[in-house]
Design a protein around this ligand. Structure first.
Ligand code: ADP
Ligand code: GLC
Length: 489
C-alpha cells in the first residue's frame, strides 16, 4: 500500500490562490492519486473562495484552541476533474474576512491563531473522517504547526504514528507572532525555545515546523542548496544546514491541462510545437486588445507576476525605457508593491503603442500574455521554483530569467554556437544586465530565427508534468515513514 496523505494548506487552486502555492496544492494531489495514494486536502473555508460545488457535513468539528473548544463546520468538495476530496474548515470569526492572509495594506494580528485552527483542525478532521493518514503534508508557515502538534499534543493518539513532511515554497514568509498569543494555540510552552519556535523573542511558526517535521522538502533542487547559505536562508540557514540530511529539493510540475496552448480556453487561437501559426494570431489579438501597435515584426516581451522585491520587478520598472529602446514591445500584468505599480502606470500612459501595464490579478489575461509574447521576463532576486517560466516554455515563449533557484534548474542557457538552449539567463540583477540580456535575446529573435525556432520547439517539448514530482514525493513519504516508525510499511 502506498502511504496515505493529508495535505494541509492555506491555498488550493481553483478554490483559493494568491500564487504558485495554490497551483501546487491544486495539482500535486491529483498526480499522487493517479499513482495510487489515498490523498486528501484540507484548507480554510475563506469567505472569498471561488464558487464551487460543496456539501456540508452534518456534524461540526471540535478543535481545542484558546480558552476551550473552537467549533467549525466541515464542507467537502473534489479537486476538479478528479476524485480527490477537499475539506474546508468553516469558522467565520477567523476565516470570514475577505482575505487569505492580511487585509489590503494591513496586517492580521491573529494569523497564528487563524492558522493554528487549520493545523489543529487537520487532526480533528482526520479523526472525524476516521482517516489515519500515514503522512501529514504541510506547506509553508500557515500549516507549519502540524509537525509541532504531531510531536506534542497528538503524542499518544492514533495519529501520532503519522510522519510529517513540510514543504518550503518560500522562506521569505515565516509567520512571526508575539509570544503572548502562543497559549491560544495549545502548543506546549516548552516548545518556545531556540531549537524550536522561538525567534528573537517572538514565535516563528515556520522555524518550529522546520525543527519538528520528519522530512523537509523545497520546490527545486537548486533552492534546496541556496537556502543553506546566508544569502538565501532568511535567517534560518543554520537550522537548514543542521537538517540538510532530511531536506530534499523536488522540482514542481505544472498543470499541463490548464496550461496547454493546443486547448487553452482563454486563447483566440490554438497551436502546438509543430505549427506556431496560432501563436501569431494570439500576438495580434493581444496587441489589439491592449492598444499596442499591431506589429508581427516587433518582439513582444511579457511579464506576469506579483510585484515585489522577490520578482525583481523594480528592476524591470527601472529598465522600461531601455527595453523599449531595443525596438521591443512590453506588456506587464501584476499587482503588489505600490511604487512599482505607479512606475508601470506612468510608462503605460507615456508610451501606449509600445508598453502596457495592467495592474491586477487576471487569470485570462495571464494565459493570453503567455501565448502572445515572444519572450517572458522573470529576473527574480530569488525563486524557490517559479511556474511562469515553465508556462512560458510550454507556450513557446522563451523565458529570460535570472539564474537562481528553480529558474536555474528549469531554463537551459541559449548557446548560439551549438544551437542549444530553452531561454536566456542573466546572473547579476541590475538594469544593465537585464537590458543586455534582453538585447541579446531580441537579436537572436530578429537575426537568428532558425535557432530561436529550435529553442521554442525544444522548450515546448519539455516534460513539466506532475508525474515525475509525484513519484519523488512518494519516495520522500517512504523515507519519512522509515524515520518516524523505523519501517515504511
Ligand atoms: P509566486 O508563487 O512566487 O508568486 P509562481 O511563479 O510560482 O510565483 O506562481 C505564480 C502564479 O500566480 C502563476 O500561476 C501565475 O500565473 C499567477 N499570477 C501571478 N500574478 C498574476 C496576475 N497578476 N494575474 C494572474 N495570475 C498571476
Ligand atoms: C512560492 C515561490 C515560487 C514557487 C511557488 C510554488 O510562491 O515563490 O517560486 O513556484 O511557491 O511552489
Amino acid at each position: 500500500m502506498l502511504p496515505s496523505v493529508l495535505f494541509v494548506a492555506s491555498e488550493c487552486a481553483p478554490f483559493a490562490k494568491t500564487g504558485g502555492l495554490g497551483d501546487v496544492v491544486g495539482a500535486l494531489p491529483i498526480a499522487l492519486a493517479a499513482r495510487g495514494h489515498d490523498v486528501r486536502v484540507v484548507l480554510p473555508k475563506y469567505d472569498i473562495l471561488k464558487p464551487a460545488q460543496m456539501w456540508r457535513h452534518p456534524e461540526a468539528l471540535a478543535v481545542p484552541l484558546g480558552a476551550g473548544i473552537a467549533w467549525c463546520a466541515v464542507w467537502e468538495s473534489r479537486l476538479p476533474g478528479s476524485e480527490v476530496p477537499v475539506y474546508f474548515l468553516e469558522h467565520d470569526a477567523l476565516f470570514g474576512r475577505g482575505y487569505l492572509y492580511d487585509p489590503p495594506k494591513g496586517h492580521a494580528a491573529d494569523n497564528m491563531v487563524r492558522f493554528a485552527m487549520l493545523s489543529r483542525g487537520a487532526f480533528a478532521l482526520a479523526r472525524h473522517l476516521n482517516f489515519t493518514p500515514d503522512i501529514f503534508h504541510s506547506h509553508d508557515w500557515p500549516s507549519a504547526l502540524v509537525p509541532v502538534y504531531a510531536n506534542t499534543t497528538e503524542r499518544g493518539t492514533a495519529l501520532a504514528g503519522a510522519a510529517t513532511v513540510l514543504t518550503i515554497h518560500n522562506l521569505a514568509h515565516q509567520g512571526i507572532s508575539p509570544e503572548a498569543d502562543l497559549w491560544r494555540t495549545h502548543v506546549p510552552r516548552e516548545c518556545f525555545r531556540e531549537d524550536g519556535l522561538e525567534d528573537h523573542g517572538n514565535v516563528n511558526l515556520l522555524k518550529g515546523g522546520l525543527y519538528h517535521a520528519t522530512m523537509l522538502t523545497t520546490v527545486s533542487p537548486r533552492y534546496a542548496e541556496e537556502i543553506r547559505t546566508p544569502e538565501h536562508g532568511a535567517g534560518l540557514e543554520n537550522l537548514l544546514r543542521f537538517r540538510a540530511g532530511d531536506l530534499v529539493g523536488v522540482l514542481n510540475g505544472i498543470d499541463t491541462r490548464a496550461w496547454d496552448p493546443a486547448k487553452d480556453v482563454y486563447l483566440p487561437a490554438h497551436y502546438d510545437a509543430q505549427d506556431l501559426s496560432g501563436k501569431v494570431v494570439c500576438k495580434r489579438a493581444l496587441q489589439e486588445e491592449l492598444g499596442l501597435a499591431v506589429r508581427e515584426d516587433v518582439p513582444l516581451l511579457g511579464v506576469v507576476t506579483r510585484l515585489g522585491p522577490q520578482k525583481g520587478t523594480d528592476i524591470i520598472a527601472a529598465a522600461v525605457p531601455q527595453l523599449l529602446g531595443l525596438g521591443a514591445q512590453l506588456v506587464v500584468l501584476g499587482s503588489g508593491d505600490s511604487r512599482t505599480e505607479e512606475t508601470f502606470r506612468y510608462y503605460s500612459a507615456q508610451s501606449p503603442g509600445g508598453f502596457r501595464a495592467k495592474i491586477g490579478f487576471d487569470e485570462r489575461l495571464a494565459h493570453r500574455i503567455e501565448a502572445a509574447s515572444d519572450l517572458f521576463l522573470m529576473p527574480s532576486r530569488f525563486e524557490p521554483c517559479g511556474l511562469n517560466q515553465m508556462y512560458s516554455m510550454r507556450y513557446g515563449t522563451l523565458p529570460l530569467v535570472r539564474a537562481t533557484g528553480g529558474l536555474d534548474d528549469t531554463v537551459q542557457q541559449c548557446d548560439e554556437r551549438t544551437g542549444e538552449g530553452t531561454g536566456f539567463k542573466l546572473h547579476d540583477l541590475s538594469v544593465s544586465s537585464l537590458v543586455e540580456t534582453a538585447r541579446w535575446a531580441v537579436r537572436v529573435w530578429r537575426e537568428n530565427r532558425p535557432h530561436f525556432r529550435t529553442m521554442q520547439y525544444r522548450a515546448m517539448r519539455q516534460d513539466f508534468g506532475w508525474e515525475r514530482a509525484a513519484k519523488r514525493y512518494g519516495e520522500v513519504y517512504r523515507w519519512a515513514l522509515e524515520r518516524r516508525r523505523g519501517h515504511s510499511a
